[in-house]
Design a protein around this ligand. Structure first.
Ligand code: ATR
Length: 272
């Protein structure tokens, strides 16, 4: 019998997760079925309970339910606890296990797919919401030279600095305070690209050979990536690789099998 999984979100219609997991399952000869489930905005916990009763064994969780999934899980992996959010659930006979694979997905994409070494690099994260919070600890674990969080609302950046200081060197600031600083990697973790906006990054922040990374995907060159190219970034990447890598880490969490990600990234790019 097939093991049954789904991605739960609202909206969820455009999620690429079913396709990604179908490709992983095919490639690794795992017998799984993977669906999309739209939960009511006030009905996430009830939806999860129903899916468990129907025999589902795991789920991915996407916007806007990652914090609710964190609260619902009976046990959490360290990385989920640090992220304060859960994107992967495993339903077992003793309860719900929650994991967060977003951060490891980003780091794997940058290091392995983009062949960009993070150790000793100067990293800037734009934004201090859930997307930023989910990736800070895995980035710090790669031992960058420094990690700065810039946000419009300075308070949110400081709150993240306080939380993650035990794991490495983290600074927090407003955008205007970045003037005169240079970074090897600038990651856009704001939601600005969703509305075709550009975070107010000062001129001159991209070091020679720098990488610009937008965690959004499917929007072509976002205003941030276009700005980065004009500002002399050597390379640009969108979040498609991160999407596939976070899915691969979730697949491993459930199945204990590592799927190859390069053919899946290539297949998704070919469809774009
Ligand atoms: P997510 O879970 O996607 O991170 P969020 O928690 O609502 O969503 O956070 C959105 C982030 O994008 C915040 O850091 C927000 O900045 P503020 O905290 O100052 O509001 C940032 N953001 C959204 N639109 C932006 C824009 N046009 N320019 C700069 N930052 C933006």
């Amino acid at each position: 019998m097939s093991a049954h999984y789904a991605v739960i979100g609202n909206p969820v219609l455009h999620s690429k997760s079913p396709l990604i997991h179908a490709l992983f399952a095919q490639e690794t000869a795992q017998n799984i079925v993977y669906d999309r489930v739209e939960a009511a905005l006030d009905g996430f916990a009830a939806c999860v309970q129903q899916l468990q009763q129907n025999g589902m064994v795991g789920a991915n969780v996407t916007v806007p339910f990652k914090a609710q999934a964190f609260a619902l899980a009976d046990t959490l992996t360290d990385r989920a606890r640090q992220a304060g959010a859960v994107n992967t659930l495993k339903f077992t006979s003793v309860g719900i296990e929650g994991d967060n694979t977003d951060g490891i997905g980003l780091v794997t994409d940058i290091r392995q797919n983009l062949d960009f070494e993070l150790t000793q690099k100067r990293i800037l994260i734009l934004g201090a919401g859930g997307a930023a919070r989910g990736v800070i600890q895995p980035l710090l674990a790669s031992q960058p030279g420094m990690l700065v969080i810039a946000n419009r609302s300075e308070q949110r950046a400081y709150a993240l600095k306080q939380q993650f200081q035990p794991y490495g060197i983290v600074e927090a600031c407003r955008y205007s305070q970045l003037a005169g600083m240079q970074f090897d990697l600038i990651i856009n973790a704001t939601s600005a690209s969703l509305s075709d906006q550009l975070p107010p990054l000062p001129q001159g922040c991209f070091a020679p050979n720098s990488l610009a990374y937008d965690m959004m995907y499917g929007k072509g060159d976002t205003p941030f990536l276009s700005f980065a190219l004009r500002q002399g970034a050597a390379r640009c990447a969108d979040g498609l690789g991160m999407l596939v890598e976070q899915a691969a880490a979730a697949f491993y969490f459930w199945r204990r099998v590592h799927p190859a990600t390069a053919p899946v990234i290539a297949a998704l790019r070919a469809m774009a």
